[in-house]
Design a protein around this ligand. Structure first.
Ligand code: COA
Length: 266
């Protein structure tokens, strides 16, 4: 079932497809570039998604046939002073961080160009699917700026320092097949199947214990920022907390009793 959820957003479309929320960036005149207003709307939409008990996963995509997000809105960047530049960088970082910190899976469905801030937003999602026509890159240095919405930190963590530096220093744009080969996207799918594949990926997680899913996300997202020993402590702590849940006992007993588990998020 598809229903439009709340809103009025000027630059987003948000719809519920069963237990999956689909957030579409919608600024077709500029290939879905992220201006400050759109970042603010994404911030609100992600908070609503996190609070929405009926929604278990989020898909982020772009409106139209050729662009996911063309980057930060260059019209706004062109008039920034130093204070404004640092401020918009911190704001953009905070907004995409909201995706990374979500306790429910967030999937980028990259349906075309994903440059600059668009690529950085995709990097903050937990997983990335790309259509065959997708092109990704951090071309900021060609504009005399640097990635400012987390790209310098997340790209090396995802694809390794050497590859990340090559891409960020040259500004080279990579097509979907190369993006898949270097681990920048999880996989490439035919364009007309992109949303269906993203929904199927979400469904493969929605059937699992939601508290356990949230714990994996927390262990990985927080753990990747910690030394290994501290990450292992975090993992054990979360393992222990889950043992207090109904869902852990339900999941284990259902296996032993050879029946499907009925998770209740408690
Ligand atoms: N910010 C603001 N406007 C943008 C934009 C951005 N990041 N990306 C594209 N647009 C606008 C273009 O200026 C153009 O506007 P116009 O119709 O008023 O001239 C419109 O979107 C369509 O773009 P166009 O360049 O004509 O489309 P294209 O298919 O030939 O090329 C791109 C698409 C994405 C390759 C090209 O627009 C581009 O390189 N954009 C900038 C990408 C970038 O550097 N992003 C990082 C920013 S930090």
């Amino acid at each position: 079932m598809t229903t439009a959820t709340q809103a009025p957003y000027r630059n987003l479309r948000v719809e519920a497809r069963g237990a999956v929320t689909v957030l579409t960036i919608h600024r077709p005149d500029v290939l879905n570039a992220l201006n400050r207003e759109t970042l603010s709307e994404i911030d609100v939409a992600v908070k609503r998604f996190v609070e929405d008990a009926a929604s278990g996963a989020l898909i982020v995509t772009g409106a139209g046939e050729k662009s996911f997000i063309s980057g930060a809105d260059i019209n706004e960047l062109a008039v920034l002073d130093p204070r404004g530049a640092e401020d918009i960088s911190r704001f953009g970082q905070r907004v995409v961080d909201g995706l990374a910190r979500s306790p429910k899976p967030v999937i980028a469905a990259i349906n075309g160009y994903a440059f600059g801030g668009g690529c950085e937003l995709a990097l903050a999602c937990h997983m990335r699917l790309a259509s065959e026509n997708a092109v990704l890159g951090l071309p900021e240095v060609s504009l005399g700026i640097i990635p400012g919405y987390g790209g310098t930190q997340r790209l090396p963590r995802l694809v390794g320092t050497g590859r990340a530096l090559e891409l960020m220093l040259s500004g080279r744009r990579v097509k979907a097949d190369e993006a898949e080969r270097i681990g920048l996207v999880n996989r490439v799918v035919p364009r007309e199947q992109l949303l269906a594949e993203a929904e199927a990926l979400a469904a493969s997680m929605l059937k699992n214990g939601p508290l356990a899913v949230a714990a994996v996300l927390e262990a990985v997202e927080r753990g990747m920022q910690l030394p290994l020993d501290d990450g292992l402590r975090l993992e054990s702590g979360l393992f222990g907390i889950l043992a207090a849940s109904h869902d852990m006992h339900e999941g284990l007993n259902a296996f032993l009793e050879k029946r499907p588990a009925k998770f209740e998020r408690r």
